[in-house]
Design a protein around this ligand. Structure first.
Ligand code: SF4
Length: 266
């Protein structure tokens, strides 16, 4: 479907949970962050209904995000349900990689095609510091498992303060080059301030080329990351919520004051 600015919208990003097993400083600094009550999270059947309605409206690309999607139990079953939808020919996931070593093979078997893995540094001390205690060796083991099962491509999402010239970013780039992986640099965004930049190595943040909607973990179809507008799939039904969201897409992002990255999935 086309939005009011002539852009063809074919990509749905789905946040399956606002929970995470890390506390990245720029996303979930506060260890007692307010989490959604479980009954507010969409069930896998509801998520699949939204993806099916999106496919009927010409969407072909679905990405699972969070919080951290692998912390939600039964995630492999959801991948199986989504990979069975006709028209969705690009099913991917963004993960922090901490649990990926165990999940890579069952996810690939269930129909997942590719993964983006968040990696802001390859320095174990820095990693522990940035993620409030995360273990880098588990992520590196997850990346190896993703390579072994043949996810393609495997992209690293590296958040930078200002530029890919920062030490951590250069070291992640060198690691990616050694391992034959792609890397994208994402400048640290601020929802409330409406601060965002085009992803280096991707099209995220390039409003002219925007092709996406987001389904938040609490069941709102959002036309734009930097907007407070959202349409409830539980109130309107999946198809109507998607159509209303496409019709409400802004020409470009402004700011978002009503939710958080971990509920929208970045
Ligand atoms: S800010 Fe909004 S319009 Fe711009 S690329 Fe992101 S989602 Fe699309």
């Amino acid at each position: 479907m086309r939005d009011p600015f002539g852009r063809t919208i074919t990509y749905l990003r789905i946040s399956v949970t606002d929970r995470c097993n890390l506390r990245c400083r720029y996303c979930m600094p506060d260890e007692c962050a307010e989490l959604l009550p479980r009954e507010r999270l969409l069930s896998y059947e509801e998520i699949t209904d939204v993806a099916r309605a999106a496919a009927d409206l010409g969407f072909n690309k679905v990405r699972l995000t969070g919080g951290e999607p692998l912390v939600r139990s039964g995630i492999v079953d959801l991948v199986k349900m989504l990979s069975g939808i006709g028209g969705i020919d690009d099913l991917s996931m963004t993960t922090n990689g901490v649990l990926l070593e165990a999940y890579a093979a069952p996810l690939a078997e269930a129909g997942l095609g590719r993964v983006n893995i968040s990696l802001d540094t390859v320095n174990p001390e820095r990693y522990r510091e940035l993620t409030f205690g995360g273990d880098l060796s588990r992520v590196l083991a997850g990346i190896r498992a993703a390579m072994q099962v043949g996810f393609n491509p495997i992209k690293l999402n590296c958040v930078v303060e200002k530029s890919s010239d920062e030490t951590d970013a250069r070291e992640v780039a060198a690691y990616a080059l050694r391992e034959g992986l792609e890397v994208r640099f994402i400048r640290n965004m601020n929802l409330e301030q409406g601060e965002f930049w085009v992803v280096q190595g991707g099209i995220g943040g390039n409003c002219e080329l925007c092709n996406r909607l987001r389904l938040s973990s609490d069941g709102l179809v959002r036309p734009c990351l930097f907007s407070d507008v959202g349409f409830s799939v539980r109130e309107l039904g999946a198809r109507q919520a998607i159509i209303r969201a496409i019709d409400a897409k802004p020409e470009s992002g402004e700011q978002c004051r009503t939710t958080t990255f971990r509920r929208i999935g970045g």
